[in-house]
Design a protein around this ligand. Structure first.
Ligand code: SAH
Length: 341
């Protein structure tokens, strides 16, 4: 077992039982979280017998950066190798005032959005909390190296569905926001979900103050069931109810992420359905550019339809922005993370 999975009290007990002082527990925890420490024998203020005890009883499953690729727009994509040699991708996105770390929560994804390259990855598992932690700490270190500044924002928009790995995501963020991590505030963290309604309610009940983004893409059930087949188990009505519930407790605006595809959702029926959901829930709409994957069914809608969406949303006083993709030339943009090597 990785040493970071054992609770501090349990480690203290175990140390005591083996005649090591309790205070070593805190030292070990501190060392284990440091990004440059990859083996127990680097924990330089621990006595040798304790180091041997740790080596015999625990693992330190550190992740490492395997490769990186830089886009012409400054975005950098990293392949991060996990202890079992599986790979997740993570992206650093610099802009004027911020450096955003886009992180993964699963290897591959358990959902089946037809337009997303990540859903095609066969080998799938949840990331452990310490793997998400390492991923963010590695990105932070890279950010300091490349941009002379730590990361300022975290978005769970890499591989995987964070709400289907809820416990580990929350645990990792507990650590990242603490002194062990980088002390970043919850306000700077955005969790993006395809819309797992019962977990959205749980997040509200647990009072987790992330920013929330929903990959909506269409507000019509029939279309959503086609492009995101898993959504048959998560009807839009339940999703919207859960968002209302979340908003009542957390009191923040929700972001709807929205792709507009030719002959799929480029018509007024879809526009009006979106408007009516936005009227129920304090929200803003982020229209994102569709990035090509190896899939010919999906094509970006004509600009005319993007304008129709924008105009109608504005007429209804719903905030809307149109976002250009970053890192497309290196397959680092939304929906393109697919471990191509
Ligand atoms: N599973 C979560 C986290 C992934 S976020 C979620 O769905 O929200 C990745 C974002 O990129 C999602 O909004 C997803 O819908 C979007 N996306 C997927 N494929 C895309 C593509 N080919 N082009 C643009 N965006 C895409």
């Amino acid at each position: 077992m990785d040493i970071r999975l054992i609770k501090a009290e349990d480690l203290e007990q175990l140390l005591k039982k083996n005649k090591f002082p309790k205070y070593r527990s805190k030292q070990i925890e501190n060392w284990a979280r440091k990004i440059d420490i990859i083996s127990f024998d680097q924990m330089s203020n621990l006595p040798n017998d304790l180091i041997h005890f740790l080596i015999e009883n625990f693992k330190l499953n550190k992740s490492k950066v395997k490769t990186s690729k830089k886009s012409s727009d400054g975005t950098i994509k990293f392949a991060i190798q996990l202890y079992d040699n599986l790979i997740v991708e993570a992206v650093l996105i610099p802009s004027n005032k911020r450096i955003t770390a886009c992180v993964s929560s699963q290897v591959g994804c358990s959902l089946d959005c037809n337009f997303c390259a990540t859903s095609k990855i066969k080998k799938m598992r949840n990331l452990e909390s310490y793997e998400i932690f390492d991923q963010i700490m590695l990105l932070n270190k890279e950010s300091i190296n490349h941009f002379s500044s730590p990361i300022t924002n975290i978005v769970f928009m890499g591989m995987g569905e964070p709400l289907l790995n809820y416990k580990n995501v929350i645990e990792s963020i507990d650590q990242i926001t603490s002194d062990f991590g980088i002390g970043i505030s919850y306000k700077k963290i955005t969790l993006s979900t395809s819309g797992i309604s019962k977990m959205i309610r749980k997040m509200a009940d647990d009072n987790i103050k992330f920013n929330l983004a929903i990959s909506l893409h269409t507000a019509l059930e029939k279309t959503r069931n086609k492009v995101m087949p898993f959504s048959k188990s998560f009807p839009i009505k339940e999703l919207v109810d859960s968002l209302e519930y979340w908003h009542k407790k957390i009191k923040r605006k929700i972001t709807f992420e929205y792709l507009i595809w030719k002959e799929i959702n480029d018509d007024f029926e879809h526009i009006n359905a979106l408007v009516s959901i936005c009227k129920r829930i304090p929200s803003k709409v982020n229209i994102i550019e569709y990035n090509d994957t190896d899939n010919s069914i999906f094509r970006n809608a004509d600009d005319k339809w993007i304008n129709n969406y924008v105009t109608t949303l504005k007429e209804n006083r719903i905030p809307v922005s149109v976002r250009r993709s970053r890192g497309k030339d290196i397959d680092a943009a939304c929906g393109q993370l697919a471990n191509k090597y």
